[in-house]
Write a protein that binds this ligand. Structure first.
Ligand SMILES: Cc1ncc(COP(=O)(O)OP(=O)(O)O)c(N)n1
Ligand SMILES: Cc1nc(C(=O)O)sc1CCOP(=O)(O)O
Ligand SMILES: [Mg+2]
Length: 232
């Protein structure tokens, strides 16, 4: 277990407060190594792992996952996150978050309003929201009662084609407006760009390719985690 996971508070929100590195991964259907990959990323210090499998157009093409496949992949991630004292997140769907006994539900702008999702998942599941501009971030933080939000994409990214970059200015304005609330920068972040994101005021990040595409996911996660220094 990564040392940062061994002194966690007992509630999910306590654990969110000490979460700095958030990974979204697909189910690794091409490689068939989801549990091994998750163990490596979590050993490297990933605090939250989200299953985000929208299908791939790689050599072996996979369509979007069906519900049975999603629940099977989530069961593997549930076991891995328990082994490592980390949090499990479900993307988009409150019913699946509940069925998978997830700690976190992540909602996009076109997904359920937070207060409706809360009725489904209950009081203890942490709910997060994607935001792409200052107005959305304020709404997610203040009016909707989301537990955390994400700001992005900081840089345009092939992982989310068609979504324009929100830029480092969005990170700066969020850092000014939200000094205490948990929020994560996302989109195009890797080891090389991390210093710019931190200099703009982010303390927490979400990554996909920086870990899923790394030859050594544990080492990649560790290098990112080592530079994410708690400030609150
Ligand atoms: C932690 C985290 N942040 C942002 C997103 C993106 O959510 P969304 O805009 O709904 O896009 P999809 O991921 O559903 O394509 C996320 N999934 N997780
Ligand atoms: C899933 C997702 N959501 C974004 C947002 O801005 O809400 S950016 C993004 C993809 C991030 O992938 P990578 O780390 O590979 O660039
Ligand atoms: Mg979504």
């Amino acid at each position: 277990m990564h040392p940062s996971h061994s002194f966690r508070g007992s509630t999910t929100r306590d654990r969110l407060a000490t979460a700095y590195l958030y990974l979204c991964t697909d189910a690794r259907r091409e490689k068939g190594d989801l549990a091994r990959f998750a163990d490596a990323a979590l050993a490297g210090g990933v605090d939250i792992i989200q299953l985000r499998d929208k299908g791939s157009a790689g050599e072996a093409e996979f369509g979007p996952m069906d519900v049975k496949g999603e629940l099977a992949a989530l069961a593997e991630l549930r076991a891995a996150t328990r082994r490592h004292g980390a949090l499990l997140a479900v993307n988009d769907r409150a019913d699946i978050a509940l069925a998978a006994q997830a700690d976190v539900l992540h909602l996009g702008q076109d997904d359920l309003p937070v207060h409706y999702a809360r009725r489904i998942v209950g009081p203890d599941v942490v709910i997060g929201r994607s935001t792409h501009n200052r107005a959305q971030a304020s709404l997610a933080a203040i009016e909707e009662g989301a537990d955390y939000f994400c700001t992005g994409p900081v840089w345009a990214t092939p992982t989310k084609p068609g979504r324009a970059a929100a830029g480092l200015d969005f990170v700066r304005s969020t850092a000014d407006a939200e000094p205490h609330r948990p929020w994560f920068a996302i989109g195009g972040i890797d080891e090389e760009r991390l210093p710019e994101v931190l200099a703009a005021g982010a303390t927490r990040i979400v990554v996909v390719r920086a870990i899923t595409g790394a030859p050594d996911p544990e080492a990649a996660a560790r290098r990112l985690k080592d530079r994410l220094t708690p400030t609150d």
